[in-house]
Write a protein that binds this ligand. Structure first.
Ligand code: ASP
Length: 456
């Protein structure tokens, strides 16, 4: 059996939902259908989840919510009308939303999650109703009834191990289950959402729970590309890639698949296929445990901006036992998570996402490093980008970094930092953010120039 997840653009309008229905109807193995909230219908549209966040914020400020509520209801009204469903379903959705708006405002995190999650929840009810109306044997299933238990961290739920035990039972149902993505329930019965884009996570958890033969992730592109199509014209389509390669690329901004979503599928060895709702006959990208590497050691090039570095220098740092621990302890104390820590002999740079580093935190961290570690120099620099060259085939392949650095020389880009773990699955180059696009173009030409399609 297959678990198929349809993202926001795939369920954004009646027309899109009709495509989803025919995809589901054409393959009997598509038994569990996970849906997002209605997403954007065009590039200047607003996702229902974002409308719901505005609704939640208005509620929490204690202001009148009627306009925001209406904006959400309009989307469902349009969809229901386009699908030929009666007024009843919209009335049910309205009643549901009004009830959610009564929730205790003194629990803002839980209140926001309850409102946010209504996007997928109501869409799943609507889609199940449509499936039934066209004769599919389908039913809506609530994550609480299915036993999808998660930790009680609003906006950042983590699945609890026992959830998988409960979800196993869904394998025996002989109807199509329409399941809302993006949220589960705590053991105490609170609704909790995953991080943004988390319907991918729901799909992966369900696929792992029922031990699906395949987890299909339907989106609005034909495949995962070897580089960002907004930077490279018509980039190479990736046919097969490994979980680790996908993980590395989603870390650096490949937004096709949520990085947390890979884990349940990976741990249970469930193959993932990224496919296009608007072009379902295209084979898409398979994400699997292993591929053959000899044809293309490098699978993709990605770049992500918004990094800062804390540079620290102290004479004889290399001999000072505990220096690294004390440095990281200061970051831990300040609630900062770091990404990389390339080091010299007497200096080290801690690279982190700069959105965490407010001016106030920066001042405090710099002062503490100065005082507590008695360093010779410490300062923060911002606006770095991390460019990643990813590919499991790089392991033991000679010459990849020389080709990469030659490409950067041609692009006249200074490398501020180089990082490569011994697994050699990725080579990370720290550069100034303003050089990022140029760098990706040059690296792409170096590693994919002339290639028509990635074959393994
Ligand atoms: N609707 C949610 C979001 O926009 C979750 C998802 O679509 O995966 O973040």
């Amino acid at each position: 059996m297959k678990v198929a997840k349809f993202g926001g653009t795939s369920v954004a309008s009646a027309e899109q939902i009709k495509k989803v229905a025919s995809i589901v109807a054409e393959d009997k193995e598509r038994k569990i259908i996970v849906v997002s909230a209605p997403g954007k219908r065009s590039s200047d549209d607003t996702k229902v989840t974002d409308l719901l966040i505005q609704l939640g914020e208005t509620l929490l400020k204690g202001e009148d919510t009627e306009n925001e509520l209406q904006a959400v209801l309009n989307r469902y009204e349009d969809i229901a009308e386009g699908l030929g469903l009666g007024k009843e379903i919209v009335a049910t959705i309205e009643a549901d939303l009004r009830e959610r708006l009564q929730f205790d405002r003194n629990r803002p995190g839980a209140c926001m999650d309850l409102i946010k999650a209504s996007g997928e929840d109501n869409n799943a009810k609507l889609i199940a109703a449509y499936f039934q109306s066209i004769g599919l044997n389908a039913t809506y299933l609530n994550p609480e009834d299915a036993g999808l238990f998660v930790s009680d961290e609003p906006g950042n739920a983590q699945v609890l191990p026992e959830a998988y035990e409960h979800l196993k039972a869904l394998r025996d149902r002989d109807e199509i289950i329409v399941f809302p993505g993006f949220f589960g329930y705590s053991k105490e019965g609170s609704l909790v959402t995953f991080s943004r884009g988390g319907s991918d996570i729901t799909g992966s958890i369900l696929a792992a729970g029922v031990k699906a033969d395949l987890y299909e992730n339907f989106t609005d592109v034909d495949s995962v590309f070897a580089a960002n199509p907004n930077i490279i014209d018509n980039p190479v389509k990736i046919k097969k890639m490994t979980y680790r390669e996908m993980r590395e690329l989603s870390y650096a901004g490949f937004s096709v698949f949520h990085d947390e979503a890979l884990f349940p599928a990976f741990r249970n060895g469930i193959p993932v296929c990224v496919k296009n709702t608007n072009n379902p006959s295209s084979s898409g990208t398979m994400i699997i445990a292993e591929r053959e590497y000899f044809m293309n050691p490098v699978i993709g090039i990605a770049a992500d901006e918004g990094f800062a570095t804390i540079y620290v220098r102290k004479y004889l740092m290399n001999r000072e036992v505990g220096f690294g621990r004390k440095l990281l302890h200061i970051l831990e104390d300040e609630g900062l998570s770091y990404e990389h820590m390339p080091s010299g002999i007497d200096d080290t740079s801690v690279i982190l996402r700069q959105e965490q580093l407010t001016e106030e935190i920066e001042e405090r961290v710099v002062a503490r490093i100065q005082e507590e570690l008695q360093v010779d120099d410490v300062y923060v620099e911002r606006d770095f980008a991390m460019v990643m060259i990813v590919g499991e085939g790089m392991h033991n392949t000679i010459g990849i970094s020389s080709r990469a650095t030659a490409a950067l020389t041609r692009a006249n880009v200074n490398i501020e930092m180089i990082n490569q773990g011994s697994s050699e699955v990725s080579l990370i180059l720290g550069i100034h953010a303003s050089d990022a696009d140029r760098t990706v173009v040059e690296l792409y030409h170096e590693f994919f120039g002339g290639a028509e399609e990635t074959v393994q």
